[in-house]
Design a protein around this ligand. Structure first.
Ligand code: FES
Length: 372
C-alpha cells in the first residue's frame, strides 16, 4: 500500500523537470569485491532488509509508468541477487533499457546467457587496473582480474555491448594507456574513466586515493591523444577530478533532475550519498509511489532548480549548467550542504580543497580501508 508524500514541498512553484531519464536500482549491498572507493554507504544494508522480487518488479512498473527510459542494475554486485533474471525480463517487457553494472564476479557464461535471453541490453564492467595483481589488490579479491576478463569475453561472444568502468586514482592512473588498450582488446565500445568522487568509502580513503597534480596532468594528455587515435573505435568518457578543478560538475546531472536512486532497502534518493545529509528524510518505495516521491518529496525538492542557491551561485551565469555541483561534497568539505561546492574557485573553501589535494597526494598513502 502506498501513501502520498504529505509535507509541503519547499520548492513548489520552481521549475519541475520532466520524468527522470534513468533509475539506478541498487539491488543489493552484497559484493564479493571490497573496493576502497565504493559509492555504497559506510553502513551497508543486510540482505534481510532488501526489497523482495515482487517489490522490485513493482518499482520497475512504476518507473515505466513515470516515463523512465533506462534502468541501471547495480549494487553491490547485482548478480548476488538470484532474481536478477526476472528483474531483467520485467525491464524488457516494459520497454526499459537495462544496463547491468557488474564486478564480473558471480556471472559465469551460463548465467550471462540466461540474462541475455531475459533481454539485458548492455553490460558495464568495472575494471580496477589493466595490471592483474594491482587490479586484485585494489578490488581486495584474488583472481578478480582473470574473472573480469572472462566475463568481458563472454559478453562480447554473446553479442552484447560492453563498457569498461575504470575508476581512477593514485594507484592506477599511471596505467591509463594500458587500461584504454585493454578496453580496445576486449571489444568494448566505450570506456568510462572516472576520477574517484570523494564521498562514502572514497572519502574515508581520500588520503590513500588522492592522485598528484602531475598524474592528473599526464592523464588529461593520455585521454586527449586516445580520443583522437581511437575515433570510431572506442568512445572515451572522462570525469575530471573535483579537487583539481575550477568549476563543479552537475552532480547526477543536477539534484532531482534526471536520475532517481532506489536503495536495496527501498529508500528513494536523488544521489548515492544523499543519506549523509543531516536533517533530510527519504520516502520508501514500500510506502510511497515512485511518481509521488519524484514530484513531491521534500528531499527531492530541497535542492531542485536554482531557488535554494546562496551567493555566489545565485548570481552565477553557470547556475543552470552545473546546478550547484555536489551537495554531498559541499557538506563534507564545509559542513553545510547548501554551500557552494568547493570544487568551484568562487567558493571560499576552494583554496582549502586544493591545499588538501596537494598535501594528501604528496604524502605516503596510508593502507586502504577496504569496504567490508
Ligand atoms: Fe550527493 Fe553529489 S553525491 S549531490
Amino acid at each position: 500500500m502506498t501513501t502520498t508524500a504529505k509535507e509541503p514541498a519547499p520548492n513548489v512553484g520552481k521549475p519541475m523537470p520532466g520524468p527522470p531519464i534513468g533509475l539506478l536500482a541498487e539491488l543489493t549491498h552484497r559484493c564479493p569485491l571490497q573496493c576502497p572507493y565504493c559509492s555504497n554507504p559506510l553502513q551497508l544494508k543486510s540482505v534481510r532488509n532488501e526489497l523482495t522480487t515482487d517489490e522490485w518488479l513493482r518499482v520497475l512498473d512504476e518507473a515505466a509508468d513515470l516515463g523512465v527510459l533506462q534502468i541501471h542494475l547495480s549494487g553491490g554486485e547485482p548478480a548476488s541477487r538470484r532474481d536478477l533474471e526476472p528483474i531483467v525480463e520485467k525491464c524488457a517487457n516494459r520497454g526499459l533499457y537495462s544496463n547491468l553494472i557488474t564486478s564480473g564476479i558471480g556471472l559465469p557464461r551460463e548465467r550471462l546467457e540466461k540474462l541475455a535471453a531475459a533481454g539485458i541490453d548492455h553490460v558495464q564492467l568495472s575494471m580496477q587496473d589493466a595490471d592483474s595483481a594491482n587490479c586484485d589488490r585494489i578490488a581486495g579479491y584474488e583472481g578478480a582480474h582473470k574473472r573480469k576478463l572472462e566475463l568481458a569475453r563472454n559478453v562480447r561472444a554473446l553479442g552484447l555491448p560492453l563498457t569498461l568502468n575504470a575508476p581512477v586514482h593514485r594507484h592506477n592512473l599511471d596505467n591509463l594507456e594500458a587500461l584504454i588498450a585493454l578496453a580496445v582488446e576486449l571489444g568494448a565500445a566505450r570506456i568510462e574513466i572516472a576520477n574517484v568522487q570523494y564521498y562514502a568509502w572514497a572519502l574515508a580513503n581520500r588520503a590513500a586515493l588522492m592522485p598528484t597534480r602531475d598524474q592528473v596532468r599526464r592523464c588529461l594528455g593520455v585521454v586527449q591523444a586516445a580520443r583522437e587515435r581511437l575515433k570510431g573505435v572506442l568512445a572515451i568518457d572522462f570525469v575530471a577530478p573535483d579537487y583539481y578543478a575550477k568549476r563543479p560538475k552537475p552532480c547526477m546531472g543536477g539534484w532531482g533532475r534526471g536520475i532517481i536512486v532506489v536503495t536495496p532497502a527501498g529508500k528513494v534518493l536523488p544521489c548515492h550519498a544523499a543519506e549523509t545529509l543531516p536533517g533530510m528524510s527519504f520516502e520508501n518505495i514500500r510506502t510511497h509511489a515512485l511518481g509521488d516521491i519524484w514530484r513531491n518529496s521534500p528531499a527531492f525538492n530541497s535542492y531542485r532548480g536554482t531557488a535554494w542557491m546562496p551567493e555566489p551561485c545565485q548570481s552565477c551565469e553557470l547556475k543552470e549548467k552545473d546546478w550547484g555541483g555536489c551537495r554531498c561534497q559541499a557538506l563534507a568539505m564545509t559542513g553545510d550542504a547548501k554551500a557552494t561546492d568547493p570544487a568551484c574557485d568562487r567558493s571560499p573553501f576552494h583554496a582549502r580543497m586544493v591545499e588538501l589535494a596537494d598535501t594528501e597526494s604528496a604524502t605516503e598513502p596510508p593502507p586502504f580501508r577496504y569496504r567490508r
